[in-house]
Design a protein around this ligand. Structure first.
Ligand code: COA
Length: 196
């Protein structure tokens, strides 16, 4: 299935409408994979929750601690992807997290977004290692990481409070040396994406 043109752009405060509409509709698609948070889903994902989250993410980004992006498909809002917990000095490491609207899944959107952001984080972002943790039950996300070129490193037991309980997570990672010509270029080479 052809997803369309996948691109990343900075988050904006005026994303509130798209962000909230998709996340309220997609509670069943998203909630079981996301960290537990206080309050009902409808409150945490309502229109007025976004400006606070946007401010927090923008603050972290300005301090160089995270790289938060919107994923667009053919110019339309389709999800979010973030490199977070950026540590500099001799570690130069971070995690990556993402979600894609239920109406845009299955066409390679997340894989393309991961490739674009990892390439950016290893070049302009100056990072060396990116980690992703994923529940063993989350087969689509494991597939995304595998397609993008991450390797599995191990299992973190009762690692993260997700959907109301401590959940085991598989740890995937990639370092700059492993990306060759870049992850996006590799997707194109492997016939999983094309440049437009
Ligand atoms: C995980 C997620 C980001 C994937 O987005 P996406 O745009 O569909 O990802 P892609 O299309 O690039 O790849 C998905 C792959 O999973 C496969 N897949 C989908 N459902 C699957 C299932 N139930 N079992 C196994 N594989 C599955 C798809 O076929 C595709 O692989 P393919 O290209 O080899 O056919 C999206 O489903 C999502 O937002 N999920 C909820 C939030 C989430 O889990 N975030 C990640 C937390 S670690």
């Amino acid at each position: 299935m052809r997803a369309g043109v996948v691109a990343l752009r900075p988050i904006r405060v005026r994303d509130a409408g798209d962000w909230s509409r998709i996340r309220l509709r997609d509670q069943n698609h998203l909630e079981r994979w996301e960290p537990t948070a206080p309050g009902p889903w409808a409150d945490r994902n309502g229109f007025w929750s976004w400006p606070t989250q946007w401010l927090a993410l923008r603050g972290l980004a300005r301090r160089g601690q995270c790289l938060p992006f919107v994923i667009t498909v053919d110019g339309d809002y389709a999800g979010q992807i973030t490199v977070g917990n950026v540590i500099r000095a001799s570690l130069r490491s971070a995690w990556i997290g993402y979600w894609v609207s239920s109406t845009a899944v299955g066409g390679g959107v997340a894989t393309a977004a991961v490739a674009l952001l990892v390439d950016h984080a290893f070049s302009a972002g100056g990072l060396h290692r990116i980690e992703a943790t994923v529940r063993p039950e989350n087969e689509p996300s494991i597939r995304v990481l595998t397609k993008a070129g991450f390797r599995q490193e191990g299992l973190f037991q009762r690692y993260l409070d997700v959907a109301g309980d401590w959940r085991d997570h598989l740890c995937f990672a990639i370092t700059a040396e492993e990306t060759g010509p870049g992850l996006a270029a590799r997707l194109v080479r492997d016939g999983r994406a094309e440049y437009v």
